[in-house]
Design a protein around this ligand. Structure first.
Ligand SMILES: [Ca+2]
Ligand SMILES: [Ca+2]
Length: 259
């Protein structure tokens, strides 16, 4: 079947048709046909006794609240991850019967709860269907934060599935520094963090230590009022990766007045 062309987002979703899925519990590993799709919809009325899985990554164009719909014949379900990791996918919509093609409102379960998604983040998404006999179809739609409906979801919102390995990559390292290693008591200074490596995108940060909090860089702080050495820690977290930390220390050589 078609090979994925990286530069052509219109052929984004990967379709895996699994023949005789009802008879094979391991059917998902035995796809008999795989093809790329121009939108989040499988071909309709092509066979009996087979299964379909469509999977890939969905890219919200704006940050806000989205609602998903699923239509399928026969039983169908939709899984959406909290990030790009398939392991974090949760069931989002389903029905146990059948619907006509692109009929979005036969069952309450076809519609997801409102889901907040972030622009710039890609989310793993997967729809499945098991066909017995008669008609067969599968499609996924959504409503954007501005209220517009895209049903089915067009290919320009989608990125092809990148493989069976965990797509989250954790090649990043964190550093921390400050603008004044030896401040006076209560003197203002800044602490700063940096990220290096190929996978800094999607990392979030949190400062801690000596009552400091925040996530900005630089972050304005005040040196403590008593003499001593103080360490500030920035914790970097990314879904699917271990947290990483970096520290920076200052030494206040004299206490403030009145102490
Ligand atoms: Ca059929
Ligand atoms: Ca059917």
């Amino acid at each position: 079947m078609d090979q994925f062309v990286a530069s052509k987002r219109e052929t984004d979703m990967v379709l895996e048709m699994i023949k005789n899925a009802r008879q094979s519990s391991s059917g998902k590993n035995n796809a008999s046909v795989t093809q790329n799709l121009g939108m989040f919809e499988a071909p309709s009325d092509i066979a009996d006794n087979y299964g379909v899985r469509m999977r890939g990554y969905i890219c919200p164009p704006t940050t806000g609240i989205y609602t998903f719909w699923l239509a399928g014949d026969d039983n169908a379900d939709l899984w959406l991850s909290t990030d790009e990791n398939p392991d974090n996918a949760q069931i989002t919509a389903y029905h146990d019967a059948w619907t006509p093609s692109r009929e979005w409102s036969w069952f309450a379960g076809q519609r997801s709860f409102p889901i907040t998604l972030q622009a710039g983040q890609k989310y793993y998404i997967e729809a499945r269907m098991k066909e017995g006999s008669g008609g067969d179809n599968l499609a996924v739609g959504w409503q954007l934060p501005n209220g517009s409906l895209e049903r089915p979801i067009p290919g320009n919102r989608l990125i092809p599935f990148s493989g069976t390995t965990n797509p989250t990559s954790c090649d990043f390292n964190i550093s921390a520094s400050n603008t004044n290693n030896n401040p006076s008591a209560n003197q203002g200074l800044q602490v700063t963090y940096g990220c290096s490596g190929n996978d800094c995108a999607g990392v979030s940060y949190a400062w801690s230590g000596n009552g400091v909090s925040g996530n900005s860089s630089p972050l304005n702080i005040s040196a403590p009022g008593s003499a001593g050495t103080y360490t500030y820690t920035v914790t970097a977290s990314k879904s699917g990766c271990s947290n990483k930390t970096a520290t920076t220390s200052i030494t206040v050589s004299e206490g403030g007045g009145g102490r």
